[in-house]
Design a protein around this ligand. Structure first.
Ligand SMILES: Nc1ncnc2c1ncn2[C@@H]1O[C@H](COP(=O)(O)OP(=O)(O)O)[C@@H](O)[C@H]1O
Ligand SMILES: [Mg+2]
Length: 261
């Protein structure tokens, strides 16, 4: 049974897409069967995974609306480390309205993923900074939630909001989903401000909730151009080292709390 890990944070640029692609690459390299789900209409994860996002193709939005099955829109990345349910840049107000008008709009993704749960070990979901109902779908479908953040004080405020959302989802839709780890991204060891924010996170959330940090590495920013995750694009990079530690954390957390039914 797959562990479904949603990467969420309303703040754009916090490292959601990079974390999903690069942890997915490392977990795939370790022999797990990995599916990435792109819910962000910017479709950066899809582009990074080799989907020609300027073309017309079936996307995860078609599957959410029931006009195709998940399998119909499944894309296989060329390097073979993961498969992708791609987003599309043509997500529109019309599609959003259609989604919201349907029965149980928050549960559509969970339904789409049912057919994949026995086929994959990890399903990693990338979420958009906007379109709340898409992120809600990702949280309702999840067993675990990882939160990438940049270490500044507003990030702590964002964390508090997300914690509240997860409690509401526990009460209303999915009692099992848990906040699993906070990822300090683009961590700068020389910054006193970062250190103070990190200390506050440790104090508020406990050591267990703090995932290995990801340092700033230009290779992480360059990898999308080559349509490869960091472990393929730059195996000897600092970024690959950091994402291997993050993959260890994900393995450990998903083995303990399961996600298994
Ligand atoms: N650790 C890192 N080192 C260097 N650049 C990074 C790192 N993490 C993210 N970036 C860059 O920062 C930008 C935002 O990251 P991204 O993963 O797209 O965030 P989000 O999906 O939350 O908007 C991207 O251009 C990405 O390449
Ligand atoms: Mg993104």
């Amino acid at each position: 049974m797959a562990s479904v890990v949603t990467f969420a944070n309303k703040k754009g640029g916090s490292g959601k897409t990079s974390s999903v692609v690069n942890s997915g690459g490392v977990l795939g390299e370790r022999g797990y069967k990995v599916l990435l789900v792109d819910l962000d209409p910017q479709a950066h994860l899809s582009f990074w995974s080799g989907v020609n996002t300027y073309n017309n193709y079936l996307s995860v939005y078609d599957a959410l609306l029931g006009s195709c099955s998940g399998r119909d829109c499944l894309h296989k990345a060329e390097h073979g480390l993961y498969d992708v349910l791609p987003a599309a840049t043509n997500f529109s107000m019309g599609l959003l309205r259609q989604l919201l008008d349907g029965d149980k709009p928050e549960g559509k993704l969970a339904k789409v993923l049912m057919e994949f749960k026995n086929e994959y070990d990890y399903i990693l979901i990338d979420t958009p900074p906007t379109v709340a109902v898409l992120t809600l779908n990702a949280l309702v479908a999840a067993t675990h939630v990882m939160i990438p953040i940049l270490l500044n004080f507003l990030a702590i405020e964002g964390l508090a909001q997300l914690t509240q959302s997860i409690y509401r989802i526990n009460a209303g839709f999915n009692p099992d989903v848990r906040m699993t780890g906070i990822i300090a991204n683009q961590y700068d060891i020389r910054s006193n401000h970062s250190k103070r924010v990190l200390k506050e996170i440790y104090e508020n959330f406990g050591d267990d909730m703090v995932a290995p940090r990801i340092r700033n590495d230009i290779k992480i920013a360059e990898a999308p151009e080559y349509r490869e995750p960091i472990n393929v694009f730059a195996p000897r990079s600092r970024g690959n080292m950091d994402f291997n530690l993050l993959a260890d954390f994900i393995e450990e957390k998903t083995a303990i709390t399961g996600g298994e039914v």
